[in-house]
Design a protein around this ligand. Sequence first.
Ligand code: PAF
Length: 282
Amino acid sequence: MLTVRTIAALRARRQELWRSGHTVAFVPTMGALHEGHLALVERGRELADEVWVSIFVNPTQFAAGEDFTRYPRDEERDGRLLAERGVALLFAPDVKEIYPRPGVITLDAPPLTGGLCGAHRGGHFQGVLLVVAKLFNIVQPEVAVFGAKDYQQALLIRRLVDDLCFPVRLEIVPTVREADGLAMSSRNAYLDPQQRLAATVLHRALAAAAAQAQTGERSGAALEAAIAAVVAGEPAVTLQYAAAVDPETLQPQPNIARRVLLAAAVVVGSARLIDNILVEVQ
Ligand code: PAF
């Protein structure tokens, strides 16, 4: 696996691939890799000749007081995992390479960034949109692979690609879970054993509401209350939001017609965890 830290070095390798007619599937990450990330790599391998991964803890998507400085970083371990999975190139730039000067261009999508996680993480999605746009322009992949756990992020990136005409195919891979249902996340590393056990309430709460939707509950408010009620049963966990929204617009759904996104964020100790379930109702 080739590790490059500069845009110039990456572009040199990209030119070679264009000349040989080989395609690239790109998996952007912030490192601290787990099986969820590796599932994105596996999917990428099916879709292109080479898989390229970036590891960049993007400062612009962390609000003041969030976990930017303590976000887990272990490039040696991550590099080993990626090499074992056949990744051809790791792009691991430092902050100055991606943000050489204070930026003046901003990206936003207010109807989609305002709710759910966006309501609780000021500037987060603007930072995600900016760095993903930069990374797409740097790597110019044929395919880019993202995880479904970050539903709002994936929807925003879909709009970024469609609205700004990025010539990249997006692939969204289902969430990978631990045996007890907890969605894999780099932030699970913040949990002590008791908190780790308590954190399973997030998926249980969403699954309980999904079961209600599947057995006839059509009120978004009732489904949100169902999520909140299950989370309230776990004193070590604080609910940040519970949402039953339209999967395309992320707007509340008073009466669910066809599909509903059930999404929630909780705080467990020093970890903020998110999860979601997309439900098709008959
Ligand atoms: O999902 C993530 O890890 C990040 O938000 C991403 C897409 C790599 C952008 O920094």
